[in-house]
Design a protein around this ligand. Structure first.
Ligand code: GDP
Length: 394
């Protein structure tokens, strides 16, 4: 009998110990917030918010009362969710990035000034000046126009003084860049509806990076932002947007599988933005330049679907400044497919071909509104013609 009691006791102890071991990981998993479950292809929202303000996701399991103490916390909340960054406001950004602009565009200005200051302003010198402008991707017609005008002015004023010639060149360049364009980014919400910015362009131009940087620009100016990851053909693009969003506390709406309908993600993003009362929704789109008809279908559908319950305030075309004529070709295709309201010229830090600002504006009749001047998070600036020309001429 004694032996029976001993055997039963041992079995009981083993059962209790085994049960505890099985319970332990379950408790740990419950302690972590589980993402809300979604059906395949469904669109989901992720919000980067400090732990204190983050509400438990709908449907997340709450620990039962009998689980006495929560599992030991191995990471401090601060370490798990880094403090939100406070990006600088948009004003004065281009001036701050001026040295970078001067570094990339300075060679053009220096070459022009050296020719102009030679004192020997004959036909050959003027031809060389025109060549420099064409090499800077300004376009043949604007380059010829600028040289002709400068040549007449220099003759009329009768000067070879470098300071005077420089100021004439600056004025002519400024006129070509165009001060009359409205370069305002239309981001003001419409009552209880957010403003919507659609970002289009070929993959590799810096489109997704621009969405992230643009969110920072707007947040730096005191707005709230939601990002829609409608480039559903690259999961990496949505991940990239999430990383940008996490740093500044923006919300991301994304599909949970590659190839989901981009228009439905865009629609959900704008709906979520309206529901949450954010100021602006930025929608990243796929940049596959497959066929013009395909592109037209995709972008047209996205725009139409958004316009069911919001206004598309900006369609921003992202162009890589280093791609020259190829970039201009892309601009032409996109302009035929969708009404572009502004150009974002990226990688201007990596090329001396700043003349593309003039060429692309001429091509599309649409202003450059933003320029990318580096890979840093705050290296996107509202385009200012004066600062640009100053950096060029020195
Ligand atoms: P997407 O395919 O058009 O979405 O391009 P990504 O946003 O993934 O960017 C492609 C690459 O360009 C990345 O390595 C970016 O860091 C880089 N990039 C984007 N904008 C700029 C810029 O203004 N300057 C420089 N130097 N690199 C940039």
């Amino acid at each position: 009998m004694d032996t029976l009691f001993i055997v039963l006791g041992v079995v009981l102890v083993l059962l209790i110990a085994g049960g505890g071991a099985l319970l332990a990981p379950r408790v740990r998993r419950r302690g972590r917030a589980a993402p809300p479950s979604r059906a395949p292809g469904e669109v989901g929202t992720t919000t980067a918010a400090p732990p204190s303000t983050q509400a438990p996701p709908a449907g997340a399991a709450t620990p039962p009362a009998e689980v006495a103490a929560p599992p030991p916390v191995t990471e401090s909340p601060a370490a798990a969710v880094p403090a939100l960054e406070k990006p600088p406001p948009s004003a004065g950004r281009m001036v701050r990035l001026r040295s970078r602009l001067a570094r990339s565009q300075g060679a053009v200005g220096a070459a022009l000034l050296s020719l102009l200051s030679s004192g020997k302003l004959d036909d050959q010198t003027w031809d060389e000046i025109e060549e420099i402008l064409i090499t800077a991707d300004m376009g043949a017609a604007p380059a010829a126009h600028l040289v002709e005008r400068l040549r007449t002015e220099v003759k009329v004023v009768g000067t070879t003084d470098l300071t005077e010639v420089k100021s004439l060149l600056r004025a002519d360049l400024l006129e070509q860049v165009g001060e009359e364009f409205d370069r305002t980014l239309h981001t003001a919400p419409h009552g209880d509806r957010p403003s919507v910015l659609l970002v289009v362009g070929v993959n590799g131009t810096g489109k997704t990076t621009t969405c992230g940087k643009l969110a920072r620009v707007l947040i730096g100016d005191g707005c709230s932002v939601l990002l829609g990851a409608a480039d559903t053909f690259r999961a990496a693009a949505a991940d990239q947007l999430e990383t940008w969003a996490n740093r500044v506390g923006a919300t991301v709406v994304r599909a949970d599988r590659e190839g989901a309908d981009p228009a439905s993600v865009a629609f959900e993003a704008v709906s979520a933005g309206t529901l949450r009362g954010v100021d602006s929704v930025i929608v990243d789109t796929a940049g596959r330049l497959h066929t013009k008809a395909g592109l037209m279908d995709e972008l047209g559908k996205i725009k139409r679907v958004i316009e069911k319950h919001a206004t598309v305030d900006e369609v921003l075309l992202v162009l890589d400044a280093t791609t020259g004529q190829n970039g201009l070709r892309q601009a032409r295709v996109f302009a035929e497919v969708v009404d572009i309201t502004g150009i974002v010229l990226t990688k201007l830090d990596g090329t001396a071909k700043g003349g593309i600002v003039i060429a692309v504006q001429r091509e599309l009749g649409v202003p450059v509104k933003l320029v990318g001047l580096g890979e840093g998070p705050d290296d996107l600036a509202p385009f200012e013609p004066q600062t640009f020309v100053d950096a060029l001429v020195g």
